[in-house]
Design a protein around this ligand. Structure first.
Ligand code: IPM
Ligand code: MG
Length: 371
C-alpha cells in the first residue's frame, strides 16, 4: 500500500518524538511491504520564526493533499509569557483543525500494570481502565467571538455551538460506543450553561436512535471527581471542546505521565494524529522526552489507514518496551533510557529483531543514570 503522510514536527520536543514515530512507521512499511511518503510542513512557533505565520497556506494545502497527518507538539515560552502577543503558535493548530474540519478529537485512555507504581492513583483504581474521550474540536469557547475592552479590563470568549456541530461528533461517539462496551457518558454543565442544554437535547435524541448504547449524563465538576474516584465506570465520554481539553489531561496521568497518551483528530475527509502533550520546551533537544504518545499516535494513524495488523504490532512493541522497563526520564528519573533508544527498541521489535537479536549490553550503554 502506498500512502502519503504530511508531517508537522512543530515546536519543542515535537521534532524528536515525531522522529521516533517515523522510524517505527518506516519499520512497519518494510515489514509489510508498504510505502509511506512523508511531506514535512510548518506550524507553530517554528512557522512564525520562518514565515511570520503560525500556519502557512502551504501547510493547509499539503495536509489536504495527503492521506493522513502526523503532528508533534506546539507552543513556545516566549509567547506563553506575553499575553499581548498578537500572533501565537496555538493559533496555527486551531486554524488547521478548523480548516480541515477535524471535529472529533479521540483520546483513548488505558493503563499499564507495569506503571501502576508511578500513578498518582492506587493500583486498585487503575485495573480495567479502558475508555475513550470524544472531545468536540472545532467550536465552543476556543472559536467563539473574543474581545477585550479598550481599557483592557474586561475580556470575553463566547461559547457557541450549533446543533449540526454537536450532532456530527455525537453520531461518531455513539458509533464508537457500539463497537465497545456500549456505554456513553455525556459530560457537560447543563445546570448552568445554555450550550450544555443544547448538547443534552441532541444527545437525548441520538440516544433513541442508538438504543443499544446505554447513556448517562454527568456534570463536568462531578466527572472530574469521578475520574479519580472510579475511572473504570467510563467507556466513551462525549464532551465539548474546552471541558474536553481539561478532562483528557486529567485522565492521561493515570500512567504517571502525560507522555503516553495519543490522540486522533478526525473529520469527514482528513485526520491528524499526535501525542496529547505540549511542546515541553525544557526538554527540547535533550533526547529525554517520552516518545510513546507519538508512537501510539502513529498506531492510530495505521488504524485509520485500515492497517489494523500493523497498528496492533506497534502497540505490542510498546507494551514490550514497558514490560522490560525501557522507559524515559518522566517515568524513571534515575534509570532512564533516551528518547531515541525507546524509538529504536520499538523499531527493532517491529522489525522482528527482538527478543532473539537483542543486545542488552548495547542498550545498557545507552541508558542514563544519575547515580
Ligand atoms: C491539546 C492542546 C491544545 C488545545 C493547545 C495546544 C491549543 O492543549 O490539544 O490538548 O487546547 O486544544
Ligand atoms: Mg490540552
Amino acid at each position: 500500500m502506498n500512502k502519503k503522510i504530511a508531517v508537522i514536527n512543530g515546536d519543542g520536543i515535537g521534532p524528536e518524538v515525531t522522529r521516533q514515530a517515523i522510524k517505527v512507521l518506516d519499520a512497519i512499511a518494510a515489514q509489510f511491504n508498504h510505502e509511506f511518503a512523508y511531506t514535512y510542513c510548518l506550524m507553530g512557533a517554528d512557522a512564525i520564526d520562518k514565515t511570520g505565520s503560525p500556519l502557512p497556506d502551504e501547510t493547509i494545502e499539503i495536509c489536504l493533499n495527503n492521506d493522513a497527518i502526523l503532528f508533534g507538539a506546539i507552543g513556545h515560552p516566549k509567547y506563553d509569557n506575553d499575553p499581548t502577543a498578537k500572533v501565537r503558535p496555538e493559533q496555527g493548530l486551531l486554524k488547521l483543525r478548523k480548516s480541515l474540519q477535524l471535529y472529533a478529537n479521540i483520546r483513548p485512555i488505558i493503563t499499564y500494570p507495569e506503571l501502576y507504581h508511578l500513578s498518582p492513583l492506587k493500583p486498585s483504581h487503575l485495573e480495567h481502565i479502558d475508555f475513550v474521550i470524544f472531545r468536540e474540536l472545532t467550536a465552543g469557547t476556543y472559536y467563539g467571538e473574543k474581545g477585550l475592552s479598550e481599557d483592557g479590563n474586561t475580556a470575553f470568549d463566547k461559547s457557541i455551538y450549533t446543533r449540526q456541530e454537536i450532532e456530527r461528533v455525537t453520531q461518531r461517539a455513539f458509533e464508537y460506543a457500539q463497537n465497545r462496551r456500549k456505554k456513553l457518558t455525556l459530560v457537560d454543565k447543563s445546570n448552568v450553561l445554555e450550550t450544555s442544554r443544547l448538547w443534552r437535547k441532541v444527545v437525548q435524541e441520538a440516544a433513541m436512535e442508538y438504543s443499544d448504547v446505554a447513556v448517562n449524563y454527568m456534570y463536568v465538576d462531578n466527572a472530574a471527581l469521578q475520574l479519580i474516584l472510579n475511572p473504570k465506570q467510563f467507556d466513551v465520554i462525549l464532551i465539548e471542546n474546552g471541558f474536553g481539553d481539561i478532562i483528557s489531561h486529567e485522565a492521561s496521568v493515570f500512567n504517571g505521565s502525560l507522555g503516553f497518551a495519543p490522540s486522533a483528530s478526525v473529520g469527514t475527509s482528513n485526520a491528524m494524529f499526535s501525542p496529547i502533550h505540549g511542546s515541553y520546551p525544557q526538554a527540547a533537544g535533550k533526547d529525554i522526552a517520552n516518545p510513546v504518545g507519538s508512537i501510539l499516535a502513529a498506531a492510530m494513524l495505521l488504524d485509520y489507514l485500515e492497517l489494523g495488523k500493523e497498528a496492533a504490532l506497534v502497540r505490542e512493541a510498546v507494551n514490550w518496551t514497558l514490560a522490560h522497563g525501557f522507559v524515559t526520564k518522566d517515568i524513571d528519573p534515575i534509570n532512564f533510557y533516551f528518547t531515541s533508544t525507546i524509538g529504536e527498541l520499538v523499531t527493532d521489535y517491529v522489525s522482528g529483531k527482538i527478543p532473539d537479536g537483542i543486545n542488552k549490553g548495547n542498550i545498557e550503554l545507552r541508558k542514563s543514570t544519575i547515580i
